[in-house]
Design a protein around this ligand. Structure first.
Ligand code: ATP
Length: 364
């Protein structure tokens, strides 16, 4: 179905390599839109981040949040700079504030590998990974952010797990497994927890089990987080959808990015009932800013996830198709194994990678 009104995208390039990776991403979005047709996108540039804080004393002004929440989707590159901090020493991470303010509870971290990539695991099955980690993103151990108790001899951070918070993220994971099953995947959700040690984690598991009972056609199992760390290295291909607490998800998603070959390859989405942010898993990479070495792949794949999400939400097969076409163009660009990003020891930088994806898109 075609969409008659223009969809508004809040574009937040943020800091560091943000501007560099956002520019080719928007160019590709326009190319894929022109190719597939049936929808229009309008872009609203919204400034936020450590650079803005350094200049104005505000990292995420109210007006920025308002414009982001008025948009149909938010496309964000990366925010934060190591030497720009709040007076108490905390890092400036408006992307985490946005998750909380807009109630983006499901942190979706796909782990997908493409044939042709240089990967850390030699096993042939590691070339075809396709699993998704769903990280609860509004509570858990991150709940204690900014509320730490620290004195001379002790420090406490509180972990909060609520029934409602766990229910909704588990429900999201089961619905995702249903959609994936319809596309040929196994249809299984694994609860990743530490229920053998912490009461809060046993509670997380209990809520997960209650949710699992409502999705009879989807298999459900459990794995302790330490065992999952081992499994992600030893046999990651034996996973479909994983759901977990905020901090565990934060850690495991970097392991997932490593399985994909590097930070510049891992896309993500933070999804709530009304809003969603799409952004690469990596940070602002200030060490390579302005060198041309930034890999835009994760940014481009995040934009493909955005098109897919908008398509599901607006019941538009054109948008879903556009997401697939963009995703496929990335796969095609890397397929012959010649395009090796700097971060993987090769010599392909921003311009070369974007150019190859663009060529693949034009030829599609
Ligand atoms: P954050 O705390 O915001 O996640 P970080 O400081 O842990 O950020 P990144 O900014 O992601 O980490 O950088 C980690 C390493 O990965 C750096 O060496 C950086 O250059 C590299 N890196 C990150 N993103 C990319 C990218 N898109 N292309 C190439 N290298 C990248």
């Amino acid at each position: 179905m075609a969409i008659s009104n223009e969809l508004r995208i809040a574009v937040m390039p943020g800091d560091g390599i943000g501007d560099e990776i956002m520019a080719p991403c928007l160019e590709l979005l326009e190319l894929v839109r022109a190719k597939v047709g049936g929808f229009a996108l309008g872009y609203d540039w919204v400034e936020a981040g450590a650079g803005l804080y350094a200049r104005t004393g505000e990292a995420l002004p109210d007006a920025a949040i308002r414009r982001a929440s008025d948009a149909d989707a938010i496309l964000l590159a990366a925010m934060g700079l190591p030497d720009v901090r709040y007076p108490d020493g905390r890092e400036i991470v408006p992307q985490v504030d946005i998750r909380e303010i807009l109630d983006l509870y499901a942190g979706v971290r796909p782990v997908r590998t493409f044939p042709g990539m240089r990967l850390p695991l030699a096993d042939e099955r590691a070339q075809h990974l396709d699993l998704v980690l769903v990280r609860e993103s509004t509570e858990g151990l991150f709940w204690g952010r900014g509320k730490s108790f620290v004195d001379k001899d002790e420090a406490h951070d509180k972990m909060v797990i609520t029934r409602i918070g766990t229910e909704r993220v588990c429900q999201y994971a089961f619905e995702l497994a249903q959609r994936r099953k319809a596309r040929g995947h196994e249809g299984r959700v694994t609860c990743v927890d530490k229920a053998n040690v912490l009461g809060s984690m046993a509670f997380f598991r209990e809520v997960f089990d209650g949710c699992a009972g409502r999705y009879k056609e989807i298999a459900a199992d459990h794995c302790y987080v330490d065992a999952m760390a081992l499994k992600l290295i030893r046999n990651p291909w034996d996973n479909d959808v994983l759901v977990t607490e905020n901090m565990f998800g934060d850690i495991l998603s970097d392991a997932g990015a490593a399985l994909m070959g590097g930070m510049g390859l891992a896309p993500s989405a933070d999804i709530g009932d009304k809003h969603a942010v799409f952004q690469p898993c990596h940070g602002t990479a200030p060490d390579i800013m302005g060198t041309g070495k930034a890999n835009p792949t994760a940014m481009i794949l995040s934009a493909a996830m955005m098109l897919d999400w908008l398509g599901e939400r607006h019941n538009s097969d054109k948008l879903v198709e556009a997401g697939d076409v963009l995703d496929q163009a990335v796969r095609t660009a890397f397929a012959d194994g010649e395009l090796v990003p700097y971060e993987m020891g090769g010599a392909a930088g921003l311009r070369e990678i974007s150019g190859r994806v663009k060529d693949a898109l034009k030829a599609a």
